[in-house]
Ligand binder design. Structure first.
Ligand code: NAP
Length: 301
């Protein structure tokens, strides 16, 4: 397949391109800078110059491709606290690509997050693929992608856990937490730290993107989840071990000061099942889990 990939220069994209190429697909990656273009070309893909706001570029590339993987997201806005603007831009870009693919039967694989399940109030049980919500940050986009199944797009959404981890992860949640731990002088957790984060290794997630592209039924939500839920205090302890510093509780009132842009995520209790995904896509995570991966040491070099 000729596959158009947005976010191809990013962390997850850095595993997705080799995964697709190894399976015999030809990849064209969106690049908004020379640096991104060089990274994409190095990974064996063609480069399409443009950004998420270049709707004409997105429409043209989506029409020409046999399938689209959408990974790009304006994380620069997320880091400065403007989640709404990042989500709005995402929705506009996604709708444009879906409109361009309507009636084609071609696959479109979008990206969402499992953390939304917890943020939408599901507590006391693992979130599941069939947990759906009316509207909200990234949820409106998720729903637009699923709805495109009724417009002749073989659309699916991968919900990624807050920690997509590996040696390819240089600015995700784990490096962010390590940065705040260095700054604070201790590896922090919120309250008693019993809240759980699901996690997935980048290469396992990349394989699921490929499987979704190739075979996900239209209108499918998938969970790229390896670890169902790791207690946050265990994540903090692994970071503390890696940095050789203590682990300590942070009071909720101090979360913003200690965790910056990650404050909204550190206390989230987000146990998440991927049972439906594993069964439907015949996908089984194979790479190390989150704690084993942090303990491997690459995050601290
Ligand atoms: N990693 C995680 O733990 C995690 C968890 C939940 C959800 N997700 C979601 O998974 C997707 C991939 O994440 P990631 O970890 O690979 O993120 P990442 O490493 O930050 O990569 C983001 C990608 O989006 C591109 N991008 C950002 N703004 C853009 C713009 N205005 N125009 C065009 N491209 C733009 C970046 O291009 P440049 O190279 O030019 O910056 C980069 O290729 C995102 O939707 C993310 O929100 C990730």
């Amino acid at each position: 397949m000729q596959v158009f990939v947005t976010g191809a220069s990013g962390h997850v994209g850095s595993a997705v391109i080799p995964e697709l190429v190894a399976a015999g697909h030809a990849v064209a990656g969106l690049a908004r800078s020379d640096t991104a273009a060089a990274a994409i070309a190095d990974r064996g893909a063609e480069v399409i110059r443009g950004g998420l706001d270049d709707i004409d570029v997105l429409v043209d590339a989506s029409r020409r491709a046999d399938g689209v993987l959408h990974l790009a997201f304006k994380h620069d806005l997320m880091v400065t606290g403007d989640l709404a603007a990042a989500a709005d831009a995402d929705l506009i870009a996604v709708n444009a690509m879906l409109d361009a693919m309507a009636g084609s039967g071609k696959p479109f694989v979008g990206t969402s997050g499992t953390a939304l399940i917890a943020m939408m109030g599901i507590t006391g049980r693992p979130g599941a693929e069939d947990d759906t919500f009316g509207q909200g940050y990234r949820i409106t986009t998720e729903n637009a992608i699923i709805a495109a199944a009724d417009r002749g797009v073989r659309s699916s959404v991968l919900r990624l856990p807050p920690s997509v981890h590996s040696d390819l992860d240089h600015h995700g949640f784990v490096p962010g937490l390590i940065g705040f731990a260095r700054q604070n002088g201790f590896a922090g957790y919120l309250g008693d730290g019993a809240n759980r984060w699901p996690a997935v290794h980048t290469r396992d997630a990349a394989r699921l993107y490929r499987l979704a592209l190739e075979a996900a039924p239209a209108g499918t939500r998938l969970h790229a989840v390896g670890d169902d839920g790791v207690a946050f205090r265990d994540i903090a302890a692994a970071i503390g071990r890696g940095l050789g510093i203590d682990t300590a509780a942070v009071e909720p009132d101090d979360a913003a000061e200690r965790f910056g842009y990650l404050a909204a995520f550190v206390g989230v209790d987000n146990p998440t099942s991927s049972a439906i995904t594993r069964e439907l896509m015949d996908w089984k995570p194979e790479a190390p889990g989150l704690i084993e991966d942090i303990d491997a040491g690459h995050y601290f070099r």
